[in-house]
Design a binder for this molecule. Structure first.
Ligand SMILES: NC(=[NH2+])NCCC[C@H](N)C(=O)O
Length: 398
């Protein structure tokens, strides 16, 4: 077991946190899926098989796979973690005082694994421990309403925490459906013995920053997408924290369209080699970046200038190699939507990608990138690919 550290997007991957989806996906219905940020109702058994295959591909490349559910249950062995978890899960404004009290003591009595299961899978009013059946809140809610919201997007472990160097930043997630993910992630890093020495970057209650928006282009060079999720204030305070800890010399703040298709920077661009990205052609020439550098205890802001130029300059290379999504504009649009750009590098020039993005994968191979294909027909219903579904905690240096 090695101390966590991540300085690039493509250094040989040693350890990663994944979340094998479970009960929380079974909660999705056509009525709640929009709010819970899924575009279709996944076939859960198959999603689990796809996810197991994803984990196997990584293990086959020598990557240690940590499962979030296990980490959470292990962290809950600490009484302080249990107390914080119950506090975060029971929302008195949602369930009222009577149910809140009963539910808190019910949860406090569950064993670690059972508590972890409720924290992830949520609980409906119908599943509440038997008790005061006369409660107004209970009587007026539909039995299938959630007393504790499920967290189907926990599958996308990328977004709730970000490792930079030896520090971890627990993100502040923008949308209500995902906020509690940060609380659970925070518990793991605070109380799991494996992460006992991890320093923190950024503050959990700061302006929104989601991991899907953060790309470690090179040691010391970090790109942060600003759009539907990460806000300008989030990018600024994230940069300030990286500069203060000497984790970056340049941060590129990259405006992206506020749209579902491009919710995070990693939906339009990911790194596939130390000097190469796979990128959506429709944004290639329009993507801009503000260039942030530490200056006199503050931040100097230059630009905006073209993203690709700013990135190459900060990385100290002539140019980034750019591999296009898809083929023609229509295929590119389809494959961008299906996470064709959302690849996970396991080493420089070796990436995991969804097999369905046939044209993009062919382009990658033409450019000399090895593509490890996985099936993602069900996993992709939440709009996320291999990069979104993984949080690297250790990569070897380039
Ligand atoms: N890094 C990513 N692109 N994550 C994808 C997250 C997808 C998730 N359903 C959401 O809308 O938040």
């Amino acid at each position: 077991m090695s101390e966590p550290q991540v300085r690039s997007e493509v250094g040989p991957l040693r350890t990663v946190v994944l979340h094998r989806p479970g009960t929380e996906l079974k909660r999705l219905t056509p009525r709640n899926s929009d709010q819970l940020l899924f575009d279709a109702i996944p076939w859960v058994d198959r999603a689990q098989r796809e996810h197991d295959a994803f984990a196997e591909v990584l293990r086959g490349r020598g990557v240690e796979v940590l499962l979030l559910r296990d980490l959470l249950a292990e962290a809950l062995a600490d009484e302080r973690a249990r107390a914080a978890a119950v506090l975060a899960a029971v929302d008195e404004l949602r369930v009222g005082t009577d149910i809140a009290d009963a539910l808190s003591s019910h949860l406090a009595g569950r064993d670690d694994a059972a508590l972890a299961e409720v924290l992830i899978g949520g609980m409906t009013f119908e599943e509440l421990p038997a008790g005061d059946g006369r409660s107004l809140v209970r009587r007026m809610h539909h039995p299938h309403d959630f007393a504790i919201e499920p967290l189907p997007n926990l599958l996308f472990t990328r977004d709730s925490s970000i490792w930079v160097g030896e520090r971890v930043a627990v993100g502040s997630l923008a949308l209500p459906a995902r906020r509690r993910e940060a609380a659970l992630t925070d518990l793991i890093y605070a109380y799991h013995p494996r992460f006992a020495h991890a320093g923190r970057a950024y503050g959990a209650h700061s302006a929104p920053v989601e991991g899907g928006d953060v790309l470690l282009l090179d040691p010391g060079v970090v790109a942060v997408g600003v759009g539907e999720r990460t806000t300008p204030a989030g990018a600024e305070s994230f940069a300030r924290s990286l500069f203060a800890d000497d984790l970056a010399h340049t941060v590129l703040a990259v405006p992206i369209a506020q749209a579902r298709a491009s919710m995070h920077l990693d939906t339009v661009c990911t790194m596939v080699d130390r000097d190469a990205v796979v990128m959506y052609p429709a944004v290639q020439h329009s993507l801009q970046a503000y260039v942030l550098r530490p200056h006199d205890g503050g931040i100097d802001v230059a630009g905006p200038e073209p993203f690709l130029t700013a990135a190459a300059e900060a990385m100290g290379i002539d140019a980034l190699r750019v591999i296009d999504t898809g083929l023609d504009p229509v295929t590119a649009e389809r494959e961008q939507w299906e996470d064709g750009n959302n690849t996970l590098a396991v080493a420089p020039g070796v990436v995991v990608a969804y097999e369905r993005n046939v044209e993009t994968n062919a382009r990658l191979e033409e450019a000399g990138i090895e593509v490890l294909r996985i099936d993602g027909s069900e996993l992709g219903t939440g709009r996320g690919g291999p990069r979104c579904m993984s949080c690297p905690t250790h990569r070897d240096a380039l």
